[in-house]
Design a protein around this ligand. Structure first.
Ligand code: ZN
Length: 314
């Protein structure tokens, strides 16, 4: 694949009106992240195809983790946001951590990842020489899902000024169905919040020798510029390969995109494709865990900044 990079000079030209740096030394619970990933990508979950028992198991797993970590149901009585797709009843899973600042808690950041995958459907590529029939989707997207869960666990311990809404999206693999549904109904489903940003993680556990792609964009140029500055400001370890969505060919292909189309500023984090993409060989033992933990820390810093900075432009 050929990805157009931002030119080095682009990074240095912008005047840095963004100065704050919300780095925080948090501790990733590595065994929790690893256990969650191994559970979601086990054969018991069958590859989490929408409409199957394994997908419901994954959904219930997320609900239980949200409860365990102390998130509130998004509408006070359920974490499940139901929608219909192809005659099926399907759910996104939504949990909330209320902001701590009375003046900013009505503003919210959405942090999401899709938990469905392609299971044993026609989309799943078999690999000659193996009997494996299940696409377990360890990287796609158990990795993003466990990153989202770990951020939920951490922010629940250290709440931010703004509210953070955590979403496990369903039916992404069928064409961004869950994220389209939520973004279309956002005012009706989350009437108490002014959504400021949407952050998506899709496939973040492989290609550990390369920085994590951070593709940002917004229809509002000043919001896009602010996201670029925040990412650059937090990139002293070169964790991120920062690129504007309009220059990034994979930008339309994950759950941030329906939100971008609705006008929300978004960031997509991804370590991109690999040889096991949509194959039965996308297994947990191929995840680069030490890199995944570092990436969770790096994404934490971005979300923490967006959720805490009290300057007006955010
Ligand atoms: Zn996929």
């Amino acid at each position: 694949m050929k990805i157009i990079q931002l030119k080095k000079t682009d990074k240095l030209n912008s005047i840095s009106f963004y100065k704050h740096n919300y780095k925080n030394n948090i501790e990733i619970d590595e065994s929790e992240v690893k256990n969650n990933l191994e559970t979601l990508s086990s054969d018991e979950f069958g590859g989490r195809l929408v409409g199957t028992e394994g997908n419901i198991k994954a959904q219930d797993f997320l609900v239980n983790k949200f409860k365990e970590y102390g998130l509130k149901p998004y509408n006070n009585n359920t974490y499940l946001q139901n929608f219909k797709w192809n005659g099926l009843s399907v759910n996104n899973v939504i949990g909330v951590i209320e902001g701590s600042d009375p003046n900013l808690k009505n503003e919210a950041i959405i942090v999401g990842a899709h938990f469905d995958h392609i299971g044993q459907s026609y989309l799943c590529w078999k690999v000659p020489g193996t009997n494996d029939k299940i696409c377990n989707g360890a990287d796609d997207n158990a990795s993003g899902t466990v990153a989202m869960l770990e951020l939920a666990r951490l922010f629940s311990k250290f709440p931010t000024k703004r509210t953070i809404i955590f979403v496990g999206f369903n039916a992404e693999e069928m064409g961004l169905i869950g994220s389209s549904d939520l973004s279309n109904k956002i005012k009706e489903l989350l009437p108490n919040y002014n959504i400021k940003y949407m952050i998506n993680m899709d496939m973040v556990g492989r290609n550990g020798d390369k920085p994590l792609t951070a593709a940002f964009d917004s229809k509002n140029p000043s919001s896009a510029d602010l996201l670029k500055q925040i990412l650059q400001n937090l990139n002293s370890n070169n964790d991120f390969d920062i690129i504007q969505g309009k220059y990034f060919k994979y930008f339309p292909y994950s759950d941030h995109y329906p939100f971008y189309k609705q006008g929300f500023p978004v960031i997509m984090f991804s370590s991109l494709l690999h040889n096991d993409y949509h194959k039965v060989t996308d297994e947990a033992n191929k995840i680069d865990y030490s890199t995944l933990f570092k990436r969770i820390q790096a994404i934490y810093n971005v979300v923490n900044t967006l959720a805490n900075d009290n300057q007006k432009n955010i």
